[in-house]
Design a protein around this ligand. Structure first.
Ligand code: C5J
Length: 229
């Protein structure tokens, strides 16, 4: 966006990201126990969930900033209806796992709404007034009313955090980009089970002049907001 009164510029790649606090939302993608904690869906697929934990503290700092400023916050959760009527067999059966979505795990039914594993981790739990969006797919726009919510709030820019970088974060950023939203992805506020996929996803976002969006850090964002307000 062009600089207007009240806009804030954050050092980022491939160049600075300028946003208007009245038209920005923080999107926290799938910080759920199912992906972040032992005994959840992520671990059932053979992943080391500890690789995601580093994203919690910086995301909490950004969340606190948005709360302090009264700016829009949206949390997403990936998961399916209890009757699994929104779960395609192609997603349920892929990889022939020993445990499938909807099966009982240590934190209740895997990736199923209403189970303990579906909840957002306590460190980043939503508070009153923040949007919680349940989604059946990877991208947060697919099968949800996210676009309606953003348009109704006149949001045009998204600051994106969440897990995992190359799956739900990447899908959401690409969907947002195609709908005309400008996205800043905070590299320290996202995590992957695979370092090479994390690196590749972030590199893809910002390549070719920011073909999907901008990549920055929580510290750059916090410092920019601090000096601008
Ligand atoms: C995955 C997600 N990794 N939230 N979901 O299946 O990235």
């Amino acid at each position: 966006m062009n600089k207007t009164k009240g806009s804030i510029s954050v050092p980022a790649e491939p160049y600075e990201f300028t946003f208007d606090p009245e038209h920005v939302a923080l999107v926290c993608i799938d910080f759920q126990r199912d992906f972040m904690e032992a005994g959840g869906f992520g671990e059932s697929l053979g992943n080391d969930v500890s690789t995601l934990r580093g994203s919690i503290k910086p995301t909490r700092a950004v969340l606190d900033l948005f709360r302090e400023k009264g700016w829009t916050v949206i949390h997403t959760r990936e998961g399916h209806r209890e009757d699994l009527t929104d779960l395609f067999p192609a997603k349920r059966d892929r990889g022939n796992p020993s445990l499938r979505i909807g099966d009982e795990g240590p934190m209740g039914r895997l990736l199923t709404r209403g189970s303990a594993g579906h909840e957002i981790i306590p460190e980043l739990a939503p508070i009153e007034g923040e949007v919680i969006l349940d989604k059946p797919g990877k991208g947060a726009f697919y099968g949800t009313d996210l676009e309606t919510i953003l348009r109704a709030k006149s949001i045009t820019q998204l600051i994106i955090t969440g897990v995992t970088t190359e799956v739900c974060v990447q899908s959401t950023a690409r969907e947002a980009n195609d709908r005309g939203f400008e996205c800043l992805i905070l590299s320290d506020c996202t995590g992957s089970y695979f370092q090479e996929f994390y690196d590749a996803a972030l590199n893809m976002f910002k390549a070719q002049g920011g073909i999907v969006g901008w990549v920055g850090t929580s510290t750059s964002l916090l410092a920019a907001v601090d000096s601008a307000t």
